[in-house]
Design a protein around this ligand. Structure first.
Ligand code: URA
Length: 434
């Protein structure tokens, strides 16, 4: 078999066999297929696409490229949750302890942020001392004793995806449905959960820009999960504005804590209840969605979700006292108001732009090596659909560098569109794919 023939076949729009896909994945992982041939094949896949069978074979080839985590010594149905990436998306921080507080074990692998999207691990590191470097024994032990454990992507989980993703990132081949579906599902399958609830984002801050594409991506991932015996559910949710009000690591953690104290923003609460209910149904703790929602609300109101977050943070070396005293989180030196230049209705908040503004303030990474500033970011004061008068506060900039405030201010004003009316209502939850 030769890479040249595989590239040519896909360039002509033909279907690749399982053996050809495995030849590429194994050869590239071992360093036998050079980057230029892998890039050419990825571009051919980007333009000519893969069918469902090819996508499933690509997924399993990437799963088999490395280790598979065995979670069988954790009691109960292990449920994982994964978001395709968004701005202000702190859902995992409030959702996972909430679900664990109801007896469904959450043994989760999370990532760091890159570009305009944030990552759960970076956010949790706002708790002084918090670590995701857990031995396998501690990971299993914490999952069994407190019902929740979180690690980073360990060295050898789906190494093929790690290499392929890095190449896609620099060859403009990220936003292809088969490549995204296989990338996410290979990591989820290799990390061992019995059931997976996917939050598939749609909108300008997401990889999928239209509900139709997001639904097709969700369908693809649900089918892959089901084909290997993992119950998989896709929730299609809005990323046409940031989720909640806070963007930036400490700021987002504080908002997630507020949710568990019963003061969460409406959209973050609705998304948490939706994803959480499906996790409880998968974990067989709730018989249906409505029952799941009621259980989650109960554990917000009685404080059990918040207590579980404290146990979780403490078990992973973090300072859980910050949960009771959120003033102790890292704080930015400057907090600056951004005011509306005109009256009207907020008709659009460009999510991707807000992710980039937060990144430029230091909240995100431009490259994998960048060091992030946990204290900085943006807190919105208004969301889409709200009426504002000229001079009203639209948002607060949290910065440690006086010189970047003016640009952030201008960018916020440019990307928070004020119109005479709202042209369409956008739902938070578009659809559920099972
Ligand atoms: N997240 C992933 O892990 N992979 C993708 O391709 C896109 C988002």
């Amino acid at each position: 078999m030769r890479m040249y023939d595989i590239i040519l076949k896909k360039r002509k729009g033909l279907e690749l066999s399982k053996e050809e896909i495995e030849f590429f994945v194994n050869g590239f992982t071992k360093g036998e297929v050079p980057d230029y041939q892998a890039s050419a094949l990825l571009m051919a896949i980007f333009f000519n696409k893969m069918n469902k069978r090819e996508t499933a074979d690509l997924t399993m080839a990437m799963v088999n490229s490395g280790d598979k985590i065995d979670l069988s010594s954790i009691n109960g149905v292990k449920v994982d949750k994964h978001s395709t990436g968004g701005v202000g998306d702190k859902t995992s921080i409030c959702l996972t302890p909430l679900v664990a507080s109801l007896g469904v074990p959450v043994a989760k692998m999370s990532g760091r942020g890159l570009g305009h999207t944030g990552g759960t691990i970076d956010k949790l590191e706002a708790f002084n001392g918090f670590s995701v470097e857990l031995s396998e024994e501690t990971f299993i032990n914490n999952s069994n004793t407190i019902g929740i454990a979180l690690t980073g992507q360990t060295g050898n989980i789906a190494p093929a995806d790690k290499k392929i993703y890095a190449l896609r990132d620099v060859t403009a081949t990220v936003d292809n449905m088969s490549l995204i579906a296989s990338s996410i599902m290979s990591k989820k399958i290799a990390s061992g959960a019995d059931a997976i609830v996917l939050d598939v984002k749609v909108g300008d801050g997401a990889f999928m820009k239209t509900p139709e594409d997001a639904k097709a991506l969700a369908r693809e991932m649900v089918d892959i999960g089901s084909s290997v015996g993992r119950k998989t559910i896709g929730v299609i949710s809005d990323m046409d504005q940031p989720l909640g009000y806070a963007i930036g690591n400490s700021l987002e953690v504080k908002e997630a804590i507020e949710l568990l104290k019963g003061n969460g923003p409406k959209d973050l609460l609705e998304l948490t209840l939706t994803l959480g209910s499906y996790m409880l149904v998968c974990g067989k703790t709730a018989r249906n969605f409505e029952e799941g929602k009621a259980l989650l609300l109960k554990n917000i109101n009685n404080g059990k979700g918040l207590e579980k977050l404290k146990e979780f943070v403490k078990a992973q070396g973090g300072d859980a006292s910050l949960i009771d005293d959120t003033d102790k989180f890292p704080k930015a030196k400057y907090v600056v108001e951004v005011k509306a230049a005109q009256s009207g209705v907020i008709s659009k908040i460009n999510a991707e732009a807000f992710g980039l503004i937060a990144m430029e303030l230091g909240a995100g990474r431009e490259t994998k090596e960048s060091i992030i500033d946990l204290s900085v970011g943006i807190v919105l004061n208004k969301k889409r659909g709200e009426v504002v008068k000229e001079g009203d506060i639209l948002a607060y900039i949290h910065s440690n560098d006086e010189s970047n405030i003016e640009k952030a201010k201008n960018d916020i004003i440019k990307n928070m569109i004020i119109s005479n009316s709202l042209d369409k209502e956008i739902p938070l939850i578009y659809d559920i794919v099972e």
